[in-house]
Design a protein around this ligand. Structure first.
Ligand SMILES: [Zn+2]
Length: 257
């Protein structure tokens, strides 16, 4: 068990978190396969992450039974990432209605990630240009690869981007302090056979592109207000890419499933 606080430098709107009590930290447990409590019992065959408000505490449970590479640093990284989901996102921001849930059929169809390779390649190229100091970057490959996705693929991608990109930038910031190459190598092998990891590394690169143009407090305020980092990227770099996100809502309480 670990108590994980939200770093106010990496996430500048930590003061918006609606902590249920004065204990301003997420309690993170590693689940076990034989735990008596359903909350802490995890599957031996797959990685599982869940979170809930239990009494007056925010709790995250990590099921790492199939194994992770990276030792203590991997556990620290994942604890930061999961804590961010419940504290900074569910209890600290507004969530567009469209992203409250995703159809499990889409998760089964697209979680392995290969459908998005062209989209991630486009982000890699844009990021490399920004890293070289380019002021304006060409969005056409991003626009085309996004438009070419099947509708279900786009729905899945939008949902994952909304949740995962801010959380990944946060855990990257607190664990790797801006060392992108080291982070990317770590992320690619964190879970054995993880073909979907580019979703996450793309999010860190998009955050770096946003930070080349906007103060951290500004883009993060937009995200806390319920905007996807992809929508903020499109607005910042004048990319023709429209997300139908709908109105954002405030989640009052996350219960035990
Ligand atoms: Zn996540």
């Amino acid at each position: 068990m670990a108590e994980v606080v939200i770093d106010a430098d990496a996430w500048q709107h930590a003061s918006r978190i609606r902590w249920p009590s004065s204990e301003q930290a997420v309690v993170v447990y590693e689940g076990t396969t034989d735990a008596d409590s359903e909350l802490l019992r995890v599957d031996a065959e797959r990685h599982e992450f869940r979170f809930a408000q239990v009494g007056d505490r925010l709790v995250a449970v990590m099921g790492l039974w199939p194994g992770v590479n990276g030792g203590d640093r991997a556990r620290e990284f994942l604890a930061a990432h999961e804590s961010f989901h419940i504290a900074a996102q569910f209890y600290g921001g507004r969530i567009p209605l469209a992203y409250l849930e995703v159809d499990p059929i889409l998760v089964r169809a697209y979680a392995e990630g290969r459908a998005f390779d062209g989209f991630y390649d486009a982000i890699d190229t844009m990021h490399a240009e920004v890293a070289r100091g380019a002021e304006d970057v060409d969005c056409s490959a991003l626009e085309e690869t996004y438009a070419a996705l099947e509708e279900g693929a786009r729905t899945y991608l939008n949902y994952k981007i909304f949740w995962e990109w801010p959380a990944e930038f946060y855990s990257y910031s607190v664990t790797f302090a801006g060392r992108l190459g080291e982070y990317e190598a770590f992320r690619a092998r964190l879970f054995p056979d993880d073909t979907g990891y580019r979703l996450f590394t793309a999010g860190v690169k998009v955050a770096r592109m946003l930070e080349a143009k906007l103060p951290r407090a500004e883009w993060q305020a937009q995200v806390a207000d319920g905007r996807s980092m992809l929508a903020v990227l499109a607005a910042t770099y004048q990319c023709r890419l429209v997300l139908d996100e709908g109105p954002a809502v405030t989640v009052v309480r996350v219960g035990i499933p």
